[in-house]
Design a protein around this ligand. Sequence first.
Ligand SMILES: Cc1cc2nc3c(=O)[nH]c(=O)nc-3n(C[C@H](O)[C@H](O)[C@H](O)COP(=O)(O)OP(=O)(O)OC[C@H]3O[C@@H](n4cnc5c(N)ncnc54)[C@H](O)[C@@H]3O)c2cc1C
Length: 610
Amino acid sequence: MPEYLKFEHDVLVIGAGGAGLRAAIEAASVPGLKVGLVCKSLLGKAHTVMAEGGIAAALATVNSADSWKVHFADTMRGGQYVNSWRMAQLHAQEAPQCVLELEAWGAVFDRTTEGKILQRNFGGHRYPRLAHVGDRTGLEMIRTLQDHGIHQGIDVHMECTVVSLLKDGDRVVGAFGYDRQRGRFMLFQAKAIVLATGGVGRAYKITSNSWEYTADGHALAYNSGADLADMEFVQFHPTGMIWPLSVAGILVTEGVRGEGGVLRNSLGKRFMFDDIPENYKSQTADSEEEGWRYTQGDKQARRPPELLTRDHVARCIMREVKAGRGSPHGGVFLDISWIKERIPSAAEHIKKKLPSMYHQFKQLADLDITTTPMEVGPTTHYIMGGVRVNPDTQMSTVPGLFAAGECAAGLHGANRLGGNSLSDLLVFGKRAGKYAAEFAKGKSQGKINTDEVDSIAKTTLEPFDRVSSSGSTGEGPFRIQHELQEKMQDLVGIVRTEKEMLTALDELEKLKKRSSVVAVDGNREYNTGWHTALDLPNMLVISEAITRAAIERKESRGGHFREDFQNKEKAFGEFNIIIRRGAGGEMKVVREPIAEMPAELKQIIEEQAK
Ligand SMILES: Cc1cc2nc3c(=O)[nH]c(=O)nc-3n(C[C@H](O)[C@H](O)[C@H](O)COP(=O)(O)OP(=O)(O)OC[C@H]3O[C@@H](n4cnc5c(N)ncnc54)[C@H](O)[C@@H]3O)c2cc1C
């Protein structure tokens, strides 16, 4: 029988990004509660550190017309009304307080001249709403939460990957994982578990996401019987680097456009003015001059079309490229250098406002963004879909299992607005921690089935057993991951058709078969081949979930664009698509009606549409 390092917690949080840290802090604030926090990387290195542009919250420090109601309406419009209206309401109402709390814990935000938190423009937000720290907001958020969190008595298990959740009857009671350094098995017993594992971008070839984004939390939840929702909605951010190839996919923050950056095609034309969706016309500038004034804080001006929602901007870029008006390496040009025509000492201004972007292009592409336009194109950035949760408590459909942050669904609907993720992490991380603690209080630990644990441990080691004594190995995991990324990019990417997605399902089946006999050389100590072999089933099952949900949604909405069904259909706006594991292990696709929105929220949306 294998040996296990055993740990017991009241609440176990899996993931130490913004959502996980915030959840752990909240749970640990309950006296006497023992909280554990597990993460694949070192504490402070979660994907959230990469966040650049800011945290969306209606603090109204720059434009006093802003309020939770406008933020709520913007989020619902951006999500094309398939969001959970209750989550959008809670998020808009609670985000300002969460940002102020972060400030009180030591976050050093950029300031207005009067010393208030400075807020910047971002796509889909009617008013300047993103509290930020240059273009390194995620780093400041993680630093602050970490500094605060380490004083709360949380037990942190770094460089540990959870591979399975354990249940006692219906209820989740623990987790099984291994430490990445030494390969030792770790067994966690917990009364409540919060999943805060981030996204799935590593299932795609071109992505802004870090190595950690292998869909683990989504798969852990699905495998333990929890519902997933909205999996068809993957966000392709319009501006990723495309050249040189070694950096393809790395994000170019929307903050560049918020500071006045414009998109041009190879003819030098600002093509975003050519296609402004009907429901955004009244809020969008009708001249370049008005757009510029908006970025410089003119409260009477409307936003430039470069700041329309990400799904729309990404599709406009693809249209230019397809029409032969793209840049030399298959994207378009994003130009911030042009502001020298308007601002004295523009170069210094750009370096101050966008320091990371300046260094990113200088160091990785040998390009000075203060003098030269950048080449950009869409990159897989975010998944709106995830674990289906109760909007107030964040509990999934499995008792004791909670989810928050990017691995949870609901807030963003068909398309996330920039900045709404960092605020999501704070608002719903806090709520998940609170309600997980409430669930755990007064409960006893559940029963762990040791036979089940031994069987999981055995399966975990099987890739090593497939290396013969003569040393010849079967297929390794990296080629399979590479092929998965190519298939998802080509067949379930930014433009989708039924035919291609059915092909994707066949291809995924073949990859699953190959992954089930994957072989790994070497031993358990920091073996990236072994780690990838264990990540693969997660990416494969979640790729299938994305594909099946995308086939079911026979319309185009937000991040989901179907070439064979190009219009938005009213009937499809009335339900969410749920992915559920059937009794025989088969993947089920279910249409779940969206609850009727209360009259007062409907009224807000109507008022804000004017
Ligand atoms: C380049 C970039 C810039 C962005 N900028 C912004 C922005 O300005 N504003 C905004 O709102 N959003 C932004 N986003 C999106 C935002 O950063 C993410 O959606 C958000 O940080 C996700 O946070 P999280 O807490 O859900 O997950 P993460 O921060 O990714 O944390 C996930 C945690 O889970 C752990 N984990 C995963 N799997 C396991 C496992 N099996 N076992 C144990 N631990 C596990 C990881 O180690 C990690 O600690 C940006 C994204 C990118 C890529």
